[in-house]
Design a protein around this ligand. Structure first.
Ligand code: ADP
Ligand code: MG
Length: 426
């Protein structure tokens, strides 16, 4: 009886938390963690800081465009610079306001203006409703607030391309033109994008105003990523709990994938997580390999689940065909023939073979299938198509996708494909 009481009183997490063997501080491996130092970005940080320093003398810094592929440190470094600006401004008693806006999350002109307004005044939220005002009213209210407050606002628009692709470039036209309307304050924009071509969609005036200065964060190479990992590992793990080869290996994997530091950190975190769960004392290459499988599986799952209906139908056709044959390769014509049966049986709008050809090319690009063009001599050319993902893994994912599993069920009823595949799906 006493014993039972004891178990009731104990928190279920007590033992779990204190039993950690490897982790010292998980937080330092999380995606939102902003380190205090950035190995191999000294020049880039300096360059941005040099442009922004004029704010401390009371002049408006040039607008800046920052480019760089995923995982090159754009977001973390811009947040870091934001904080440094704020700290320095506080110490020097200079009025500098900073706003960091992720345009994937805040993707309307209204939201962007509201977020800038908040940097001037905590009261802004109360004065301006979250929606409902005409945008020009929000804009003039922002102008008023800025002038009333004075000072210089540095506004970081991360993933700025999504703002433009969703709303057009009018908002940027207004924001970059805001200075000429302001009497007692100034605003600078730092735009960040993965897509170096995004300015080609912009009105030339917006393009030249926004890109007064621009810089590119190059991808990291393997030794650079290894340095970044070593820095994080020191914070995250207890001493001597990670085989040093693990860092080298994670770094080289990530360097192969466009020098993405985030990939490397994720890989390290998941590997350590797996080792911790197995109650091992040391993270080894074996854990990294397992972690890689986990990451790939998750990625494939999210790609498949979010495919549009016609893409799913095409993929289902390829899977069904593959269930029927010993040899793996199938032609576009064969995919189309199964797709046609599938459409008839499931009442899906049937696209032309040409369109399905395009969808096949997209599935290829997403890494779900391999499609290679072969020359059939006088019979012209065709594609040989093959699954790029392990079929068992695919079938497991499909089981959890209503649409795809219904599709395959409907084919099941018609017994169009082989018994072996049917049995594996039930
Ligand atoms: P991006 O915004 O360019 O896609 P992030 O800024 O999100 O990339 O960086 C991805 C991850 O890598 C983050 O966890 C970030 O802290 C880390 N990171 C990137 N560059 C460095 C660096 N030079 N030093 C330390 N950590 C870095
Ligand atoms: Mg980013």
């Amino acid at each position: 009886m006493d014993k039972e009481l004891n178990t009731v009183n104990r928190n279920v997490f007590d033992k779990l938390i204190h039993d950690e063997i490897i982790f010292k501080n998980r937080e330092s491996l999380s995606t939102s963690y902003v380190p205090s130092e950035f190995p191999h970005r000294f020049n880039e940080i300096n360059e941005v800081a040099n442009i922004l320093k004029t704010a401390f003398y009371g002049s408006r810094p040039s607008n800046i465009l920052i480019y760089g592929q995923t995982g090159t440190g754009k977001t973390a470094i811009s947040k870091f610079i934001c904080k440094q600006l704020k700290d320095k401004a506080r110490n020097e008693n200079v009025k500098i306001h900073t706003a960091y806006i992720n345009c994937k999350q805040t993707n309307t002109p209204y939201g962007v203006l509201t977020n800038i307004g908040k940097t001037y005044s905590a009261e802004w939220d109360k004065q301006i409703p979250n929606a409902g005002w005409r945008i020009d009213k929000v804009y003039s209210s922002l102008k008023e607030k800025a002038d009333e407050n004075g000072g210089i606002a540095i506004v970081i628009l991360d993933e700025i391309d999504t703002l433009v692709s969703k709303n057009g470039d009018e908002i940027l036209y207004h924001l970059t033109g805001l200075n000429s309307d302001l009497d007692n304050s100034k605003i600078s924009i730092i735009g960040i994008s993965n897509d170096a071509k995004f300015t080609s969609w912009l009105d030339p005036r917006v393009k030249s105003r926004l890109g007064e200065e621009s810089l590119t964060f190059p991808p990291y190479n393997a030794p650079q990523i290894e340095d970044i990992l070593l820095q994080r590992a020191k914070l995250a793990f207890k001493e001597n709990t990670v085989d040093p080869l693990v860092m080298t290996y994670c770094a080289s994997r990530a360097a192969q994938e466009h020098g993405d530091a985030r990939k490397a950190i994720d890989l390290l975190r998941i590997a350590a997580e797996l080792a911790e769960r197995e109650k091992r004392e040391i993270v080894t290459l074996e854990h990294v390999n397992k972690a890689q499988n986990v990451m790939e599986r998750d990625q494939v799952r999210s790609i498949i689940i979010t495919l549009p209906i016609q893409h799913k139908a095409t993929l289902a056709s390829i899977i069904l065909n593959q269930g029927n044959r010993i040899q793996n390769q199938q032609t576009t014509g064969e995919v189309y023939s199964t797709y046609t049966k599938l459409c008839n049986s499931y009442k899906i709008d049937k696209l032309t073979q040409r369109r399905i050809g395009h969808i096949i090319a997209e599935l290829d690009m997403q890494g779900l299938i391999n499609a290679k063009v072969v020359n059939l001599g006088r019979h012209g050319r065709t594609k040989y198509i093959d699954l790029a993902v392990d079929k068992n893994q695919l079938l497991n994912i499909i089981k959890n996708d209503h649409f795809l599993s219904d599709l395959i069920d409907s084919m099941n009823k018609k017994q169009i494909f082989s018994k072996s595949l049917q049995s594996r799906l039930v």
